[in-house]
Design a binder for this molecule. Sequence first.
Ligand code: ADP
Ligand code: MG
Length: 242
Amino acid sequence: RKRVIRISTGSKGLDAVLGGGFQTMSISEVFGEFRCGKTQLSHTMSVIAQLPKDMGGAEGKVAYIDTEGTFRPERIAQIAERFGVDPETAQDNITYARAVNSEHQMELLNKVAEFFVGNEYRLLIIDSIMALFRVDYTGRGELNERQQKLNQFLSKLTHVAEEFNVAVLMTNQVQSDPGANALFAGADGRKPVGGHILAHASATRILLRKGRGEERVAKIQDSPDMPEKEATYIITNGGIND
Ligand code: ADP
Ligand code: MG
């Protein structure tokens, strides 16, 4: 029988408000403005997922679907050093794929799911979920079609997470101007893109924002088992930390 594993974020404070980290067999979403640390969190967790369980890891491999071209193997090496892991081993345990359009993003997910058969993958990163969908479907008249394709992608993600006991971490952007939707946005007026279809797919949703100085703030907005709490974290050479 498969058991849920919690994978650490690299920040003890953030882990605490998450109840120990991000869960396998589930989709978690982090959303927020540019430079708040979504990609750095993705890199950090790609290393931690490989660690022994007593270090917050899941002793597994990682698949990384990059839609914005911001993956940096050098960062993986630096984060690996923080945890005393061989940098090359850490890089080799990450199956990396760069998606160039939304259709390709779907194809890559199908390929990744094939790799999961008979292999111990424990983390799947999608950084970021909506970027290519937003480019491929720009007009108002295309919104229905976009949401349909997005729904197909998310259904597959849910299936993969459950079947292979994998934690899915997807990053997301915020609407630059919540405008007419401001009523539905958080107190700070920031709302993730992707509509109700994305909201429904994510079991856990976390808003990231900049705090004072180098500080960043993570706020749980949606969780199956944790209250709406905040935690602060910083971005270091070794990845996300307290
Ligand atoms: P997002 O994906 O949310 O747009 P990123 O995860 O790319 O944001 O985070 C960018 C931030 O991470 C920048 O403020 C940058 O200074 C910081 N950062 C990147 N690398 C390092 C590092 N090695 N040490 C400290 N901070 C870093
Ligand atoms: Mg990013």
